[in-house]
Structures are given as C-alpha cells and as structure tokens.
Design a protein around this ligand. Structure first.
Ligand code: ATP
Length: 365
C-alpha cells in the first residue's frame, strides 16, 4: 500500500441554493484502502459521492486523483472512478453481456471480453455456466455479484459503492459483506463505500469516516471510532454506550453530574481526569461493565437497580437503573448474570475500558 493518497479532497463545499450540504470536506484516501463513510440520513454522504464520481459539481474545493485535479472533469472522462449501484443491471441482457458491457464500449474484441467475463465470474464465485443466464433469472445475491463483476470489468482505480446491500435480507447482507471484504483483499483496489449501517462499516473497512451535517466528525480505524470516539454523537452512533456527564474535580479528578460514581483513587491516575470545573463525558461500552459480587471492586462503581433483561442471541443485554438513568450492560450468554427486575446491583468498570470525551455534555457543537 503506497502512502501517497490516490484521492485527495481539499475544502470541498457543496451548496444547493442557500443550503450548504458539505462544509469544506478534507480527506486523503490511501491507495488500496477500504474506506467507509457512515452517517445518518441527510448528513451528505450521497452528495459527496456524487461529486467524487462527477455526477454533480463542487461549489468550491478541489478533488485530485493521483495529484491531478478532476473536479472539473465530466463523469464519462473519469475512467478511473465509477459507482456501483445495486440494481443498475440490464434486465433484458444475459449475465455475460452485462459483465462485458464496459469492455464492449471500450471496443475490446469479443473473445477477449468473454474470457474476462468468465474470469470475473470466478472472481465473484459464480459458476461460469451463469454466463448465458438471464439477469431476471438471478437471485438478489447473484445480481449483486454480477453488478460487482461488471464494476470490476471497468478496471477502475477506485470503486465507489452507494449502499449496495441495503435492499437485501440480513443473512445475504452478512454473506456479501464478507465477500466484499474478501474481494477487496484479492483485488487490491481502493474501495470507498457509503452506508447507514455501523455494522457493515465495522466488518469491512480499514477506516471509517463518520459524517454529520455535511462535515466529518471523526475519521479513524474502526477500533478507535468504537473505543475512543471524539464526541457523544460518534459514541452513540457507533452502538450501545453508557455516557456520564462529568466535570473535573480537584480531589478525585472527575465528578459525575447525573449519576453517583464512586471512583477508586483519582481519575488522573487512570488518565481520565479533567481540569477542575471543566465539563466532559465519561464513556463505557456495555460489554465492559461488570456486575460486582460483594467484596469485588473496580476503578468506577455505580449502584443501581435491575430493570430488565433482553436475550440477543449469543449475548444478554441488561438495563440497570441508576438515579433515574438507564445503564446498559452486556454479557455473553455463558456469563449470564442471574438477577430479577428490582434487585439491587453494583456495577463496576475499569479505567482502561473507559474513555473521556472532551466535549461538554449534551453535544455542544
Ligand atoms: P441518505 O442516507 O438518506 O441517503 P445522505 O447522507 O446521503 O442521506 P444527502 O442525500 O447527501 O444525504 O443529502 C444531504 C443534504 O443535502 C440533505 O439535507 C438533502 O436534503 C440535501 N440535498 C441533496 N441533494 C439536494 C438537491 N439536489 N437540492 C437541494 N438539496 C439537496
């Protein structure tokens, strides 16, 4: 993987009349990486990808592909980039004709393009007998694979994906997520993928960019986004989380505002202290919270009352009420905690599993 960016976005602004959809986006995409852009509906993901492939024009800013400006280049003259959209196949054509379509446009001879189509069927783990099959005789998952084979037939330097799996059922989506990741590894291509789905992003990506209201809130590897989010927005967007409003305190390093937390020692020793009086948010994911048996301790301890238990397949999720706030705990089924609603419980978590968000409570942006 080279370290020079294959694609550089520099101060990309997109306005629609008075409305600013993108507020100066900067991003370097590394050659060969799988980058996923995640964000809630309306955050600007599609707008951005449309600019990247040339379906729309930037209001200001620059897009460079291998150092060369492409933001003024029309879509059909950006041969290195293309979007893969799930159902953009030609239904009246065969699988083979669909895959060969880009090669036909480029004037590749019949025998060569057939050979390439058969090769791509194998790459996508479809039987070569599918070459003559009609698109409307293929299942949803098979169509996705054909669409991918066709995208690869263009031999683009970067593949852009706009929610390609969102219409599929859960099982098929899970299978194709892994296949896409595998395909990425095998082809070494640069993949830029947009989705609403945090899980999809976590499974497949090298890096994740979280978008909010036309800006990137955080760009990092999945583990960092999950374990060390920069804001409450990212923390909550990336799954279940317990967040405590805190302020810096001279004696203990931190003081909880909404729930009483007993801190063993000083939060500064755990690297989790704020300057006295400064607001912040202490975060811990549910799987790192323990039910403390009598006599057992932890860096942070919260007393609560069991509220409910939910079976989530291999995991069990518990809701525990502490000073009117609902906390979430998750355990593997084999580590199930035996408690009834109403039981008093002690929850504990350690400093290494917690993270301090240096942002005032209630998401002041
Ligand atoms: P979704 O996940 O729902 O597809 P998104 O993150 O892709 O959402 P965009 O489609 O990029 O969001 O839209 C970003 C914002 O820009 C939205 O507020 C949308 O209403 C606005 N927008 C997009 N296209 C246009 C347009 N052609 N004219 C005016 N506003 C637009």
């Amino acid at each position: 993987m080279s370290t020079d960016p294959i694609l550089r976005l520099d101060g990309i602004v997109k306005r629609f009349g008075d409305f600013t959809a993108l507020h100066g986006i900067n991003l370097d995409i590394t050659e060969g990486e799988f980058l996923t852009i995640v964000g809630p509906s309306g955050s600007g993901k599609s707008t951005l990808i449309r600019l990247l492939v040339g379906m729309d024009e930037v209001t200001s800013g620059e897009i460079r592909l291998r150092g060369k400006r492409i933001d003024q280049t029309p879509a059909n003259e950006r041969p290195t980039c293309m979007v893969f959209q799930s159902l953009a196949l030609f239904p009246h054509m065969s699988v083979g004709q669909n895959i060969e379509f880009p090669l036909k446009i480029q004037g590749v001879p019949v025998t060569d393009r057939k050979a390439r189509a058969l090769e791509l069927l194998e790459t996508l783990r479809l039987p070569t007998s599918f070459y003559d099959k009609r698109i409307n005789q293929c299942s949803g998952g098979e169509k996705q694979r054909v669409a991918l084979a066709r995208a690869l037939a263009f031999d683009p330097e970067i593949l852009f994906f706009d929610e390609p799996l969102s219409a599929l059922d859960y099982r098929l989506r899970k299978t194709l997520e892994k296949e896409l990741k595998d395909l990425h590894n095998r082809t070494g291509k640069t993949f830029v993928y947009i989705t609403h789905s945090l899980e999809e992003a976590m499974v497949m990506s090298d890096r994740i960019a979280i978008m909010k209201e036309g800006r990137f809130e955080q760009i990092a590897v999945a583990d960092e986004i999950y374990g060390a989010p920069v804001s409450r927005f990212v923390a909550e967007f990336m799954g279940e989380v317990n967040l405590f409003d805190v302020t810096g305190a001279a004696k203990t390093g931190l003081e909880a505002q909404n729930v009483e937390i007993n801190i063993n020692g000083n939060a500064a020793d755990l690297g989790l202290a704020l300057n006295p009086g400064n607001p912040g948010t202490l975060m811990v994911r549910p799987e790192f919270v323990r039910f403390l048996p009598p006599g057992e301790t932890a860096d942070f301890i919260v007393a609560g009352k069991m509220h409910a238990e939910y079976a989530l397949g291999s995991r069990i999720q518990y809701e525990v009420e502490a000073a009117g706030k609902m906390l979430t705990v998750e355990k593997l089924r084999e580590d199930r905690f035996m408690g009834k609603p109403g039981d008093k419980v002690m929850l504990g978590f350690d400093g290494e599993a917690a993270h301090l968000i240096l942002e005032s409570p209630h998401g002041a942006d």
